[in-house]
Design a protein around this ligand. Structure first.
Ligand SMILES: NC(=O)c1ccc[n+]([C@@H]2O[C@H](COP(=O)([O-])OP(=O)(O)OC[C@H]3O[C@@H](n4cnc5c(N)ncnc54)[C@H](O)[C@@H]3O)[C@@H](O)[C@H]2O)c1
Length: 257
């Protein structure tokens, strides 16, 4: 399948988990992928025939440099996936203002900065494609429903959800589609952290927590990064040409309950 042939896609937080799977899916669909992360993703970039650039999404100077890199090394940008994120499970009274700011710096300001600095490049090349250019922001089911003891994370992912809708309206005339994806519990480093916390709360081991969480999911299994990557690849493609401002939930039915 080469439906993204000729397109350049940037994925943040691409060294592992959902970001790595997304880089793979976009490359498999024919896109030239620029992988960025705090952690090294150069080997994966090389494997995918893509480009690698270290980036802290909270730093505006680095977003400027990454966009200059996309322009000079890949000729521009057609797809932005704001995936880098942090999780925090802490009761309200234990949550410090620093915790709040650190989480929002990555999960919210990182997305804001990414959109802001990518839009000029995306707008330039959007007329080339039937479906225009695309931004996909990775939110969470925690951006849709509450999670006890995760007030910071809830707030940050809710912000991503509604920022996405506002931007979709603002950018529609530039033919830049903007959508959010809302994963349920996905088996990544972050997902394993969630499972360990559930295990500690229930006083069971990680394996038992994992199987209880799977049983509470209507499709009776935990999510794989590839499920999210496939949703992103669809939203980035011309098959989603009439899809903007939407929230795609990929959670095995968890929030339908
Ligand atoms: N795993 C889940 O269950 C789940 C569920 C819902 C939503 N999500 C969201 O999906 C996205 C990816 O999650 P994941 O499970 O793959 O997590 P992960 O922790 O496995 O990977 C996150 C990546 O983001 C990178 N990162 C963190 N801070 C960064 C920064 N300041 N600049 C650049 N990169 C940074 C990390 O280095 C890491 O490679 C996140 O936005 C997360 O909130 C995950």
């Amino acid at each position: 399948m080469s439906e993204l042939a000729g397109r350049v896609a940037l994925v943040t937080g691409a060294s592992r988990g959902i970001g790595a799977a997304t880089a793979r899916a976009l490359a498999a669909a024919g896109a030239r992928v620029i992988l960025t992360d705090l952690a090294d993703a150069s080997a994966l970039a090389a494997e995918l025939g893509g480009l690698w650039r270290r980036q802290d999404v909270t730093r505006e100077d680095e977003w400027r440099e990454v966009m200059a890199f996309a322009r000079s090394e890949a000729g521009g940008l057609d797809i932005l996936v704001n995936n880098a994120g942090l999780f925090l499970q802490k009761p309200l009274l234990e949550t410090t203002l620093d915790d709040w700011r650190r989480l929002h710096a990555v999960n919210v300001e990182g997305v804001f900065l990414g959109c802001k600095h990518a839009v000029p490049l995306l707008a330039e090349r959007a007329p080339r494609w039937a479906g225009g250019a695309a931004i996909v922001n990775i939110s969470s089911v925690a951006g849709l429903v509450g999670a006890a003891g995760a007030v910071c994370y809830n707030a940050s992912k809710g912000a991503v959800r509604i920022m996405t809708k506002g931007l979709a309206l603002e950018l529609a005339r530039s033919r830049i589609r903007v959508n959010s994806v809302h994963p349920g519990l996905i088996d990544t480093t972050m997902g394993q952290e969630v499972m360990s916390r559930v295990a500690a709360a229930l006083r069971v081991d990680d394996e038992e927590a994992r199987s209880r969480l799977a049983r509470r999911t209507p499709l009776r299994t935990l999510g794989k990064p590839a499920y999210i990557a496939d949703a992103v690849a669809f939203l980035a493609s011309d098959r989603a040409a009439y899809v903007t401002g939407t929230e795609m939930v990929v959670d095995g039915g968890f929030t339908a309950q």
